[in-house]
Design a protein around this ligand. Structure first.
Ligand code: GLC
Length: 661
């Protein structure tokens, strides 16, 4: 059922035509204050609320308030109400079971039992509301996902291990990281190029003093089965003579202020302008700029700073400078506050998001009304161009900012997390919400982006990361170096990364199946064991695909953890290679010892798991000779996907293998 409120800006999130329903939507009561609509739902004691994509604070979202307002704020503490994505799908499950999607380009506010534990409200203006009914959460998610279209599938090599860091300055640095991985026998598929590869942070340029011949370097690395993945930022440096700037200005492709002048903001390159990603011609143009790097043999990108981030707007900065210069002396706190607030309030200022415009197919629109579509359309620009550049080829593409709809064009990473134990758990808790909203290819910065990681934290995080599609170790400039060879127990890192490659036939096959069947790769236990009251509250375990349950350790100095088994399962312990030990456990709660040297998980009853031999990269992974871990009494089918990994997958690439007990 679809209902319209106000005049929604078309987001292209939905791929099917749905006729508008008449009357009032079921489940909610409605109230209006001007253009603002509030949907209210009384929560029963047993109700849980799932979804909202990458939002923080638990798998069950009840008990906090959230906002869909794409925002770059690198401190992801528990008080946050929004991160980088706008993922407006949720599911209420308890007394009733239904799903809702707000197809909305602007701000949406959710109060999920925050003000009143028994009341759930959603506030927005100009949106389409889709309601989904079904007899289970999984059925509802499938319905929603069918409406928004198939999730992005990256090339197979993107499921390998990636090393990244803000601070690799030049070819020599990248070579060194590669060499260290190689010498230590640590598996690796990708090395990331952060902003320093560019000439003064100018998109689609390469600093020749740092990377004299990126094309030759990329080719050489590819020979070694390593893909180089450069970053692209949203904003374009203001600099006459820089072709991307000159061309964009000449064609009128940058966002403009009310007077029609390009709106100037500060990002990494200093004064910059924002490509109008919502103007189809500008989007096409921006996408085609990736060609410079594609022609150098680059096959993967990460799109960043595309909320878009505004460190300042030139206009507001000038105001702040004026206020400061007019202040001859500070004699009281009020003076100090007046000056300091003008500076503290510069970044991502709401007023600035109201001060520039997009030229869209539907006319001129103020940015604020379509804010959450910006990163989505940057990524769409790239993906649409890749499809033109090399039809049928799969590229790696993921973004920081996103909105439902972008899931068809690329994946996401969850931005600037920290080297905190709580963020390891957060990583796990974000995955089901993301999957519900179509983002299957996702991951967090393993080890933590900000702050100082430790060997123990990184090892524990990798023991979760081996199951997560995007497995990337990335960290901040100036933080403690955290490449896997930086610590004492290199052999343990080698084993853990090796286990990732052993698990790849399973993960990749299940990922592709989930994309085709609109299924979730990561499910809360509640979804699979709906009648189990205990399972319905588990916040630190997940099902991964059809066969596995994971229960990672996420506390410092732990020797193990309590795990709840909602049914009979086999505990599988892997330490090195594709070898494992198994132990059958009945339904119940157990304290499971888990050392930092192993990956422990559970095989569900009636299921199988294919394992490959560990490999140094995806290119040398042997997915023909598999070992099967089994918990079956009769022949059991498993769908393997063993395509070439770089062109579009077809149904014919699915192979059903019958595994004997
Ligand atoms: C942003 C990104 C981070 C990147 C940095 C420099 O903070 O989230 O991943 O390393 O910018 O480009």
């Amino acid at each position: 059922m679809k209902y319209r409120f106000g005049h929604p800006f078309p987001t292209d999130a939905v791929i099917r035509k749905v006729a508008l329903s008449s009357g009032a939507p079921a489940h909610f009561s409605l109230s209006r204050e001007g253009e603002l609509v509030t949907l209210s739902y009384p929560l029963a004691e047993e109700d849980a609320v799932y979804g909202l994509g990458e939002q923080m604070r638990g798998i069950n979202k009840r008990g906090w308030h959230y906002e869909s307002w794409n925002l770059d704020d690198p401190i992801h503490h528990e008080g946050r109400t929004s991160l980088y994505g706008a993922h407006n799908f949720f599911l209420v499950w308890g007394k009733e079971c239904f799903g809702a999607f707000l197809d909305c380009a602007g701000r949406v506010e959710y109060d999920v039992g925050f003000t009143d534990r028994n009341l759930f409200t959603v506030k927005a203006k100009d949106f389409d509301l889709y309601l989904f009914e079904g007899d289970s959460p999984s059925a509802i998610v499938r319905e929603f996902r069918a409406l928004i279209g198939r999730s992005y599938i990256p090339p197979k090599w993107a499921f390998g291990f990636a090393q990244s860091r803000w601070g690799y300055k030049n070819e020599a640095d990248i070579r060194e990281v590669y060499e260290e991985y190689r010498k230590a026998g640590l598996p690796l598929d990708m090395l990331f190029l952060d902003i320093d590869y560019m000439e003064r942070f100018k998109d689609f340029t390469v600093d020749k003093t740092r990377f004299p011949d990126l094309k030759a370097f990329a080719a050489e690395m590819k020979q070694k089965n390593i893909h180089l993945v450069p970053i692209i930022d949203a904003a374009v440096k203001v600099e006459e003579g820089y072709p991307v700037y000159d061309e964009g200005i000449q064609k009128g492709y940058f966002c403009k202020d009310a007077s029609g002048s390009p709106f100037v903001v500060g990002v990494w390159p200093g004064n910059s302008v924002l490509p109008d990603m919502l103007n189809p011609a500008a989007r096409k143009w921006f996408g085609s700029r990736y060609r410079v790097l594609l022609d150098m043999g680059i096959e993967g990108f990460w799109n960043d700073m595309n909320e878009p981030v505004l460190f300042y707007s030139q206009e507001r900065l000038q105001d702040a400078l004026r206020i400061a210069s007019e202040t001859k002396e500070i004699t009281c706190l009020a003076d100090y506050e007046r000056v300091s607030h003008t500076f503290f309030g510069l970044q991502n200022n709401d007023g600035d998001y109201r001060a520039f415009y997009h030229e869209t197919e539907n006319g001129r629109v103020v940015h604020e009304a379509v804010h959450n579509l910006y990163g989505y359309n940057m990524t769409r620009a790239a993906a649409e161009y890749f499809a033109e550049y090399a039809p049928g080829k799969r590229f790696l593409l993921f973004s920081r900012s996103s909105c439902v709809g972008m899931h068809r064009y690329g994946g996401i990473w969850t931005g600037d997390n920290s080297a905190w134990w709580s963020h390891l758990l957060l990583n796990l808790q974000q995955l089901p919400g993301l999957n519900m909203c179509g983002f299957l290819f996702a991951g967090a910065d393993l080890g933590g982006f900000g702050g100082s990681t430790t060997e123990e934290l990184l090892l524990r995080w990798l023991a979760l990361g081996v199951f997560v599609p995007l497995m990337r170790n990335h960290s901040n400039l100036g933080s403690r170096p955290q490449e896997c060879y930086r610590f004492t127990r290199t052999d343990v890192f080698r084993n853990l990364l090796g286990i990732r490659y052993s698990l790849l036939p399973y993960l990749y096959s299940e990922f592709v199946r989930c994309a085709f069947e609109n299924d979730m790769l990561f499910r809360p236990l509640a979804f699979a064991y709906p009648d189990d009251v205990r399972a319905r509250t588990v916040e630190d375990q997940l099902l991964v695909g059809g066969s596995l349950m994971i229960a990672p350790v996420y506390t410092q100095n732990a020797k193990g953890r309590y795990v709840y088994l909602p049914e009979r399962m086999k505990l599988i312990r892997m330490k090195a290679g594709d070898r494992f030990t198994e132990q059958t456990l009945e339904k119940g709660e157990y304290y499971i010892p888990v050392s930092t040297e192993e990956v422990v998980f559970f095989l569900r009853c009636g299921k199988v798991l294919p394992l490959a031999r560990p490999a140094l990269n995806t290119a040398s992974l042997d997915d023909k000779n598999l070992t099967w871990v089994k918990f079956i009494e009769r022949p059991t089918a498993f769908t393997l996907v063993r395509d070439g990994g770089t062109s579009q997958i077809r149904k014919e690439d699915f192979e059903t293998v019958l595994v004997e007990p």
